[in-house]
Ligand binder design. Sequence first.
Ligand code: SF4
Length: 440
Amino acid sequence: MVSTSTKRASLHTLGCRLNQSETLLMQQRLRDEGYEIVPLGESADLGIINTCTVTNLADAKCRQTIRQFVRKNPEAYTAVVGCYSQMGSKEIASIGGVDLIIGNQDKMSVVDFIGQEKNEKPVIIRDKISQSDFSISFVGDAPFNQRANLKIQDGCSFVCSFCIIPFARGASRSRDYQNLIDEAKAKAAQGVREIVITGVNIGTYRTGDADLLRVLEGLNAIDGIDRIRVSSIEPTTIPAELFGLMNDADHALLPFFHIPLQAGSDKVLKEMRRKYTISEYLEFLHRAHDNVEGLYVGSDIMVGFPGETEEEFQETCRVFLDNPFDFCHVFSFSEREGTLAAKREDQVPVEERQRRSAYLRRLSSKKRYDFYEAHLGQTMKVLFENPKPDVWPSYTDNYIRVVAPRDSLNGEDLSNRCAMVTLKRIAADFVEGEIVRMLD
Ligand code: SF4
């Protein structure tokens, strides 16, 4: 039974950046209701697990997390929300101890559905996902983070053959323009200096006469927002005007792209139902690289898609190596029931997927090393984050991870301040820097 005196809530997120930003909003709402937020391993009166269903493996991880929570907290009210709740409510309902299962349409209102007593059988709320644009109610007292996600869009209408997201999150829809600007203003008023624009397919943002460019214009006009980063964006949806904004010293948009490539072979791309050919993608990539100074480009690449031959995999590696990519997240193809790709009979053996994945990861580390190395000796602007035990972590505008010793400037508090830092040496996956001067 949920005790009104203790009110300890534990939230856990699986999956993407969007899920993380949504969990943060749920946390804020719970704090407002008087809950104390505790980490997953601690005892709690309420658990909310925000799930992912991107692969069968993701489903298994969700079930494991739910069981872990219930085992640790058999008396706690347990709510499971999000993509897996949308697609796999029956499987979740078969796990003992779950009280509430909410799909994506209503998950942001989870707090309104929480009961005082545990249920004998889980209540399942799994409404059809609306196609309309949306607003989000937010409150302004989140735990402070210099870099804050701002959700502008949800769902996707592209239906790639390996992806369940269009079914789990519904068709693409956009957040009310004024509503998102109001949230960004509230974040800036708390001291947030960097906004990361998030969504499932953010390049398709459109509501009334507002599009992604209008969002950037609106965010840039907010006092206190010094940096705007566009998170992962589909290659066919990027307006070329972004290049000019990235080069404009008076605009907060940073020289950063994360553009999923997925495969370097036209045959594989076609079977994935991606919306571009390799030459179209590369034409854009080179135009971006040639037009934006110091641009960082990250990507997502999937290996071991059904039917992918060794030659096609090598083609992908060549495309990645020979073109201006600076890093890639490598995903091994993992079957997701309900998708076209999972039905194919020509699945690549799992060990082979793992081998390809490890190989490409090594190439990616090398590319990132090269990108970092090309910047050694330069003095660049960074924004310091909250301190770690020994260092002040930060990112440059173009996403180089830079750390400065914790005792820099006689141990002054550097958090949420900008500085010019000289990049000295590469250590593991970051660069050690020396502060030349503080900018504020
Ligand atoms: S663009 Fe493709 S991979 Fe990305 S969410 Fe949409 S369907 Fe999935």
